[in-house]
Ligand binder design. Structure first.
Ligand SMILES: Cc1cc2nc3c(=O)[nH]c(=O)nc-3n(C[C@H](O)[C@H](O)[C@H](O)COP(=O)(O)O)c2cc1C
Ligand code: SF4
Length: 483
């Protein structure tokens, strides 16, 4: 199976962010054809259904099927929301599309909006994606000017408007119903489902939320047909998938790979294996919220939804995080817990309280002062969170950390027993130990952990103080080329 490209085919062509370049390479041809030849929405949905395209935002739901859930006869406006929030640690694949080929995304948004009968589409972008937002805005302005977007498109009487909206830094707003709330001007809190957004979403109207990568596939599928698309992938996972790879790997970056590609081949030939000739310890294959795989499980996988699930994890968003033998998984677990605790929207008690419990237990372990029953306590809190929350964010703290504790128990046991890391030999959060807390502090009370300036001791043992907020847990990617 060759590494063919659908989404990244044009990426190396200079000026692909410009309308003229995109048009020279066949851009907006499908949109023109659909408009001028009066291809019906139903025909578009059938092609996408037959192609087997599945959502690339994490859950892998069949895209054409989702579109077909929009009630046709309901006298209400319909909406399309393109999900470009991309805030999951380890996931940075949509950013490539936004920054480098925004017109292909916009053509996909137009085709999808037309297929579901929406006159308005929003591209909801992670607030920090300033460059991506500028690129999309620039492309939208050009497409409006060219008459691809707006009123009475190409004289056909069809009206479709596309607007961008920038998030304000909340990971939870990537969840589709929280995103809808956020767009409505409400707090970014997930809604209970059902009703599903396809029936009752934005302002209680039928709404489809699709990922950036999902929609960017659509113009190519409409151009070449469903059968063409099915030449890649497996029976249940068709096409290609973008993978963002980070961590202790020789060649981190974003890769487009046909679904079903052998993981070992990808890891060894494309990624060059672990960096610095180190030994592989484990990999989280689908963004920080999924189960970690041991090397033998990981290398045995093929890169598709079903096979990764059979090996005990999930493809998720395709954000691959690689740990080599020098990584302390207790430290990694604390960093992950810090993220989800910070990002919990607080609606459900198991998530709001449970994430905090998990983080406190892990911090105590890393301070060298664990609770006597820290391990049991953590496992019990996991049980109380998992499956008991409105949205899957609660599960997201459980899956990576519980699987780390189950697959690498010696690292956690060692830290609890010896008060230091089995890997680094250090007590990373030693400065948080009881002796360093204010005299009147009692367990469970909020506590401002000391910062670098406050601490008089030796900071060389503190690789990264998680209380100082998100800092790179993994390898930094090479510097990106600025436009
Ligand atoms: C906590 C949380 C965060 C999410 N973040 C994103 C995100 O950043 N981008 C995304 O496309 N989907 C994200 N999702 C999934 C969306 O809810 C939704 O399933 C997806 O956008 C649907 O698009 P698709 O069918 O094209 O995959 C997230 C889900 C959860 C529970
Ligand atoms: S699981 Fe967490 S993030 Fe999701 S709705 Fe409940 S409290 Fe909010």
């Amino acid at each position: 199976m060759a590494l063919e490209k659908i989404l990244f085919k044009n990426l190396d062509i200079p000026n692909m962010t410009e309308l003229s370049t995109y048009e020279e390479h066949g851009g907006y041809k499908q949109w023109q054809r659909v408009m001028k030849d009066k291809v019906t929405p139903g025909e578009l949905i059938d092609i996408v259904k037959a192609s087997g395209l599945r959502g690339r935002g994490g859950a892998g739901f069949p895209t054409g099927l989702k579109w077909s859930f929009v009630p046709k006869d309901l006298p209400k406006p319909k909406y399309l929301i393109c999900n470009g929030d991309e805030s999951e640690p380890g996931t940075f694949k949509d950013r490539e599309i936004l920054e480098k080929t925004p017109h292909q995304l916009i053509e996909g948004v137009l085709l999808a909006a037309y297929a579901m009968g929406a006159n308005t589409a929003y591209v909801y972008l992670r607030g920090e994606f300033v460059k991506g937002w500028k690129m999309v805005e620039h492309a939208l302005a050009q497409a409006r000017e060219a008459g691809y977007i707006g009123e009475n498109i190409m004289g056909t009487g069809n009206n479709i408007q596309i607007w961008t909206h920038r998030g304000a830094g909340a990971y939870i707003c990537g969840e589709e119903t929280a995103m809808i709330n956020s767009l409505e001007g409400l707090r970014g809190e997930p809604r209970l489902k059902p009703p599903f957004p396809a029936v009752e979403g934005f302002y209680h109207c039928p709404t489809i939320v699709n990922n950036v990568e999902t929609l960017t596939n659509v113009p190519k599928i409409i151009e070449n047909g469903a059968e063409w698309y099915t030449q890649w992938g497996t029976e249940k996972s068709r096409g290609t998938k973008l993978w963002s790879v980070c961590g202790h790997v020789q060649r981190p970056g974003v890769y487009e790979v046909p679904l079903g590609y052998p993981m070992k081949k990808f890891f060894e030939e494309e990624l060059g294996g672990c960096w610095r000739g180190h030994k592989l310890k484990g990999v989280i294959p689908g963004g920080s919220s999924v189960f970690i795989l041991k090397p033998e499980e990981f290398l045995d996988c093929t890169m598709d939804y079903e096979n990764i699930a059979e090996h005990g994890s999930m493809l998720g968003s395709g954000g691959m995080i690689v740990f080599d033998e020098t990584a302390c998984l207790v430290e990694a677990a604390t960093t992950i817990a810090q993220f989800y605790t910070h990002e919990s929207c607080g609606q459900c008690t198991p998530c709001r309280e449970g994430c905090g419990w998990v983080l406190r237990q892990l911090k105590d372990i890393e301070a060298g002062q664990p609770q006597p029953d820290a391990r049991e306590m953590l496992l019990s809190v996991f049980d109380q969170i998992y499956g008991n929350t409105i949205c899957p964010l609660g599960d997201s703290i459980v899956m990576p950390i519980k699987s780390m504790m189950e697959k690498f128990p010696e690292e956690f046991d060692y830290y609890i027993r010896e008060g230091r890391s089995m890997i680094t030999g250090k007590t990373r959060l030693a400065h948080l130990a009881q002796d360093n807390k204010p005299e009147n502090w009692r367990r469970g009370e909020p506590f401002n952990y000391p910062r670098e300036g406050d601490y008089k001791g030796d900071f060389s043992s503190v690789a990264h103080d998680v209380s100082r907020g998100p800092e790179p847990m993994y390898t930094k990617l090479p510097a990106r080329e600025e436009k």
